[in-house]
Write a protein that binds this ligand. Structure first.
Ligand code: DSN
Length: 432
C-alpha cells in the first residue's frame, strides 16, 4: 500500500506543516475547531469513493448499503441532538444549506431580511456580493449602536414596511444568544417564514447552553465544524415537518408533499449532486461524540473560557461589542487602540496567535481593513485550556496589540505561545 509520504513527499510535507501549524499556534478563529481522531479517520476513509446520489433507500447507484447505514445514523443522531423531526445531512457547506433552505421557502425576487454582514451577519444572509443578495430583494437589519444587540424596534419597523417573505436570524459574529422568540413574534405579525442559521452556536444549542430555535423557526441551518466539532459541512433541520404551503404535490399520487420532501429535493437534485459520504459518515461520528455527557462539559468550558477572556479584555480597557459574550465569540472593537483589525491580525499571526480581522457595527473602515478582531474559544478549549490560560492569552494579545512593531515583544509572545501549546498538545500522534 502506498502512503502519501512515499507517493507524494511534496504534499506530505505540506500536510505535516499544517499539522505543525495547528499544533504549535493558538487558534482563536471563532469558526474553527479541531476534530477528534475518529472523525478524522472517517473523513479520510474509503467512503470518499462512493457515489450515492439520492437518499438512504432511494439512491440512483448500487452498492449503497453501507453509506445508507452511515447517513441514517447521522440523521438519527442529529435529530436526537437538536430535538428535530427532520434533518438533511447532505449540504456540503453552510452556504449550500442556506441556499437550499432559501430556495425551498421563497422564490428569487422575493424580499428577505437578514442581519447586516458588518453587524455580525453572514454573506448568505443577503450580502450584495453573494447569491442571496443577487437573487433576492434584501433588507438588512442592524444591531443597536449602544447595546450591540439586534434592535427589535428596527426589525419590526422594517418588517412591517417591506413585508419580507422570510427573515433570517443568526450570524457569524454575534456574541449574544440569538433571540429566536423575539424574531418569531415579528414574523407572526407579518406572516413571514423564520429561518435560523445556528452555524456558530450549534454545539451550544445541542447541549442546551444556547436556546433552541426548533420551537420558533420554520427551518434551521447549521455547519457541523464550528462549536459542534465535526467535519467541515452543512445541515438543514426542522423542529417539526409539515405539509408544504405552496401546493406542491407528488407527481403520481397527487399527495401534498411535506416541507421535508421539498428541502430534500432542493438539496439534491436542486443544488448538489453526489453527497460527500465520507463527510456524512464523519458527521455521524461527531454527532455520536456530541451526544456524550462529556460534550456538554466541553461546551460549558467553551462559554466559561469566552466569558473569562471577555472579562480580562474589559479589565484592560478593550471595547467589546455588546459588552461581553453569551457564547464562544468575542468581538473586539479596536477603535480606542490605534490599530486596525488588519494590522492586529497580522501582528498576532506573527506571534503565533490566529484571529481574524472583523468589521464591527457602524465600522468606518472597509472589510479589508476593519476596526475589529473576532476571537473564539472552541479550538483552544478542545486542547484542554481553561480560565487560567485565558488570562495569559488575553495578556499576550494585549502585549502584541499595544506594541505591534516591537520584535522583542513578538519573540517573547512566541515563546509563551510555544509553552502553552506544548502543555496542551494537539495531534501528537500525527506529528510523531
Ligand atoms: N466563514 C465563517 C466564519 O468564519 O464565521 C462563516 O461562514
Amino acid at each position: 500500500m502506498f502512503y502519501l509520504k512515499d507517493a507524494d513527499p511534496e504534499l506530505h510535507q505540506i500536510l505535516m506543516r499544517e499539522v505543525g501549524r495547528e499544533s504549535a499556534t493558538l487558534e482563536l478563529i471563532a469558526s474553527e475547531n479541531f476534530v477528534s481522531y475518529p472523525v478524522l479517520e472517517m473523513a479520510g476513509g474509503v467512503m470518499t469513493n462512493k457515489y450515492a446520489e439520492g437518499y438512504p433507500g432511494k439512491r440512483y447507484y448500487g452498492g449503497c448499503e453501507h453509506v445508507d447505514e452511515a447517513e441514517n445514523l447521522a440523521r438519527d443522531r442529529a435529530k436526537k441532538l437538536f430535538n428535530a423531526e427532520y434533518v438533511n445531512v447532505q449540504p456540503h457547506s453552510g452556504s449550500q444549506a442556506n441556499m437550499a433552505a432559501l430556495f425551498t421557502f421563497i422564490k428569487t425576487g422575493d424580499t428577505i431580511m437578514g442581519l447586516d454582514l458588518a453587524h455580525g451577519g453572514h454573506l448568505t444572509h443577503g450580502s450584495p456580493v453573494n447569491f442571496s443578495g443577487k437573487l433576492f430583494n434584501v433588507v438588512s437589519y442592524q444591531v443597536d449602536r449602544e447595546t450591540g444587540r439586534v434592535n427589535f424596534d428596527e426589525v419590526r419597523k422594517l418588517a412591517k414596511e417591506y413585508k419580507p417573505k422570510l427573515i433570517i436570524c443568526g450570524g457569524s459574529a454575534y456574541p449574544r444568544h440569538i433571540e429566536f422568540e423575539d424574531f418569531k413574534a415579528v414574523v407572526d405579525e407579518i406572516g413571514a417564514f423564520l429561518m435560523a442559521d445556528i452555524a456558530h452556536p450549534a454545539g451550544l444549542v445541542a447541549t442546551g447552553l444556547h436556546p433552541s430555535p426548533m420551537p420558533y423557526c420554520d427551518v434551521v441551518t447549521t455547519t457541523t465544524h464550528k462549536t459542534l466539532r465535526g467535519p467541515r459541512g452543512g445541515m438543514i433541520m426542522m423542529g417539526k415537518d409539515r405539509e408544504n404551503t405552496f401546493g406542491v404535490v407528488a407527481p403520481k399520487s397527487g399527495r401534498v408533499k411535506n416541507m421535508s420532501e421539498l428541502i430534500d429535493s432542493m438539496v439534491m437534485p436542486g443544488i448538489q449532486g453526489g453527497p460527500l459520504m465520507h463527510i456524512i459518515a464523519a458527521k455521524a461520528v461527531a454527532f455520536g461524540e456530541a451526544l456524550q455527557p462529556s460534550f456538554k462539559d466541553y461546551t460549558s468550558q467553551i462559554v466559561q473560557n469566552a466569558q473569562s477572556l471577555a472579562e480580562a479584555f474589559l479589565n484592560k480597557d478593550y471595547h467589546l461589542v455588546s459588552g461581553g459574550t453569551d457564547t464562544h465569540v468575542i468581538l473586539i472593537d479596536l477603535t480606542n487602540k490605534e490599530i486596525t483589525g488588519k494590522a492586529a491580525e497580522k501582528a498576532l499571526e506573527k506571534a503565533g496567535i490566529t484571529v481574524n480581522k472583523n468589521m464591527v457595527p457602524f465600522d468606518e473602515r472597509s472589510p479589508f481593513i476593519t476596526s475589529g478582531i473576532r476571537i473564539g474559544t472552541p479550538a483552544i478549549t478542545t486542547r484542554g485550556m481553561k480560565e487560567d490560560q485565558m488570562l495569559i492569552i488575553c495578556d499576550l494579545i494585549d502585549q502584541v496589540i499595544s506594541d505591534p512593531e516591537n520584535d522583542d515583544v513578538i519573540s517573547n509572545v512566541i515563546s509563551i505561545v510555544k509553552e502553552l501549546c506544548d502543555s496542551f498538545p494537539l495531534y501528537d500522534d500525527l506529528l510523531n
